[in-house]
Design a protein around this ligand. Structure first.
Ligand code: OAD
Length: 246
């Protein structure tokens, strides 16, 4: 991995940039053992995320949707952050103004110690009412298709953002502000297919940021990126941090 070449421009920016923003996706948690959404291992009982993470799916078959979230919660309860998450904590401590925007609902950035985290898609460990939106603190156990209910009578659902729903207003405006003022922007482990999250690196680039992508595979962002690292975020990010400390 020490063969990874870091362009001079990036090294200079790592030394001089004041405003840095990062967008992460499922790929940064892959090395912790959390399956990504796209690709073979992203399928659960042959369903794609787009078929399960919707209001329609919950209305039609709330038990199926809950089973998927319970399966994912079980995985997340057992995993730990990986060197990629910890490298982002180091980056946060290094820059004056650093914003971590994540599409992940696994909470691993906070567990690793990142402080300024904008969770665009919510947190899988939290619940709320499907009708009134009130947070629900009780235990959720799905027995014989019975979904727990809120005081208002509405069914309880995971407090995550589903396809077709609005993103939390504060998170999205904070993310856009951070992206637009970033001098350096990292897009890490995301297929960059789901908007508005995927618009953040584009907004950064439009506003003059140097755009770095770290991903195993090419994405729609790769062509516009100033620098693309093809590899694992848990290996490349620590190397970048190493350069920073030299
Ligand atoms: P995806 O599953 O779409 O993409 C994960 C990306 O990470 C892929 O491009 C992989 O090539 C890459 N990858 C995998 N392992 C990696 C590693 N170790 N290092 C670097 N890259 C790696 O996940 P997201 O882009 O996060 O939304 O998906 C976006 C949204 O779609 C999710 O937040 C979720 C999903 O459906 C909702 O449920 C609303």
């Amino acid at each position: 991995m020490s063969m990874v070449e870091i362009p001079e421009k990036l090294i200079n920016l790592l030394r001089t940039a004041r405003s840095v923003a990062v967008l992460t996706g499922a790929g940064i948690s892959a090395e912790s053992g959390v399956p990504t959404f796209r690709g073979e291992e992203g399928l659960w009982k042959k369903f794609r995320a787009e078929e399960l993470a919707t209001v329609e799916a919950f209305m039609q078959n709330p038990q199926l949707v809950w089973e998927w979230y319970m399966y994912r919660r079980e995985i997340i309860n057992d995993v730990r952050p990986n060197p990629g998450h910890y490298a982002l904590v180091d980056l946060e401590n290094h820059f004056e103004d650093f914003t971590l925007i994540t599409q992940n609902v696994d909470g691993l950035h906070r567990t690793a110690g990142s402080k300024k985290v904008l969770e665009l898609h919510g947190n899988i460990l939290c619940n709320k009412c499907f009708e009134c939106g009130e947070p629900y603190e009780g235990e959720v156990e799905i027995k014989e298709g019975e979904i727990p209910r809120c005081d208002c009578g509405g069914r309880i659902r995971p407090d995550v953002v589903w396809f077709g729903e609005l993103l939390p207003a504060a998170a999205i405006s904070g993310a856009l502000d951070a992206s637009e003022k970033a001098e350096l922007f990292f897009s890490i482990g995301t297929s960059a297919l789901v908007h508005p999250a995927a618009s953040m690196p584009m907004a950064a680039k439009r506003n003059g940021a140097y755009l770095v992508e770290i991903n195993l595979d090419p994405t729609p962002l790769s062509e516009m990126a100033d620098c693309v690292f093809h590899g694992k975020s848990g290996e490349i990010l620590p190397l970048i941090v190493e350069r920073l400390k030299e």
